[in-house]
Ligand binder design. Sequence first.
Ligand code: DNO
Length: 348
Amino acid sequence: MKMTFRWYGEDDPVTLEKIRQIPGMTGIVSAIYDIPVGEAWPLERILKLKETVEASGLELSVIESVPVHEDIKMGCGDRDRYIENYCTTLRNLAKAGIDCVCYNFMPVFDWTRSDLALQLPDGSNALAYKNETVLKMNPLSGELSLPGWDSSYTKEGMKSLLEQYSKITEEDLWDNLKYFLDRVIKVAEEVKIKMAIHPDDPPWSIFGLPRIITSKANIERFLKLYDSKYNGLTLCSGSLGVSPDNDIIDMIHSFCDRIHFAHIRNIKISGDCDFEESAHYTKAGSLDIFGIVHAYQQEGFEGYIRPDHGRMIWGEQGRPGYGLYDRALGAVYINGLWEACERLEEMK
Ligand code: DNO
């Protein structure tokens, strides 16, 4: 496995210089953030990002994400042009030596929480999701904005988007995903980029919008839509793991040859459809992080891993979920578990 860390570009307060000092860190996960969703990424911009990352002694490992335009997810409007642009972006990324791209197929909203800084008893704070609060939230009010969300919508734009989605069923979304994969994975195979879909976070419908990358059965269905190693997964333990029906360790063993990117983090299930994000340490939450790392190690996983969201600790302020300290602790913990699994095997 290759240990990586997400970096949000030049204005990320967590600098490349700091990331580089995390023991065992080899790569950066990043993206170009100022190109409107749907437009092709020019090669020069990609090369510039790569140069910046490499100048710090790290490698540019994964692109997270090349976002998918809503017209593609809804199967309408200019989807063919946006798919063509997506393919151009993949070709340009390949020219720059990128071999793994993360994306998601969640309508309108990426990962969603009701609280960006829930105070925890130890004085740290973390992202949290309370179903009751989310049910009362009005997506048009703009009361919550998360780092993963496209913030370019006006209120009117958002309203009309939600209206259009009200006619789209889960089956429509599956059809539109297949239409996208049929065109994009062909190109990914050609240029040898492993596409890695991110599961829906949380793995259930929110604001009445359909969500489909939510469970083992649905992931099996997804993988069959286009049966190729290049049509793969970002297995995010924290996204899928908030649903007690999702057994992450079983998914690792079942899908390992199609997992290209592992997001590892812990969550604490605090009620029915309620959860708090916790430290990566197994005993801090509901997921068996040791078991997860062990499963990847047993499978001989050679893809990319990144610690996922962290809490805000030691007074750090910054982008919710994406501070330095707790994520760095996560990376070191995962590296430690990995080393222990390997060494124990050697000692057998
Ligand atoms: C959250 C992230 C997601 C992820 C996208 C991938 O922290 O894991 O925002 O980047 O869903 O497209």
